[in-house]
Design a protein around this ligand. Structure first.
Ligand code: ZN
Length: 136
């Protein structure tokens, strides 16, 4: 099995933002020389996350962020973490810091409406995404 490790940067422009990174990940997979296997997309940050969902309609990421904000308000009595970004830490753990996607024929085996999103919860910031491509 071959393993290819890559990373790239993502710049967010809002405090909470879902950024489509499908093309960056797809390009790295295509350049890796791996035809069949899988790719792990990993976010090495405690106030951001990785998810997969629809990007055909931009109201979907909007509504996901709206729902997360309602579930986990930015300001809430009882938070103790002194940085003032407890909501971002909670959202990061709820969504998760990585996703695994199958590779078939040098391409991501995503569904028609699926996109890979970098989820920023404490921006704007410059962030890093780690991509590990494994297979034959
Ligand atoms: Zn913090």
């Amino acid at each position: 099995m071959k393993i290819v490790n890559r990373d790239f940067r993502v710049s967010s422009r809002q405090r909470c933002q879902m950024i489509d990174i499908t093309s960056q990940v797809g390009s790295l997979v295509a350049q890796s020389g791996i035809t069949d296997g899988d790719v792990i997309v990993y976010c090495p940050h405690t106030t951001a996350a990785i998810t997969i969902n629809e990007n055909a309609d931009p109201s979907v990421p909007h509504d996901i962020l709206l729902t997360l904000e309602e579930l986990v308000p930015h300001n809430r009595p009882g938070y103790q973490h002194s940085e003032g970004n407890s909501d971002a830490h909670c959202k990061s753990s709820m969504i998760g810091c990585s996703r695994q996607i199958p590779i078939k024929g040098r391409s991501l085996a995503l569904g028609t409406w699926q996109a890979i999103f970098f989820c920023e919860f404490d921006g704007p910031r410059n962030r890093r995404v780690i991509v590990q491509i494994r297979g034959e």
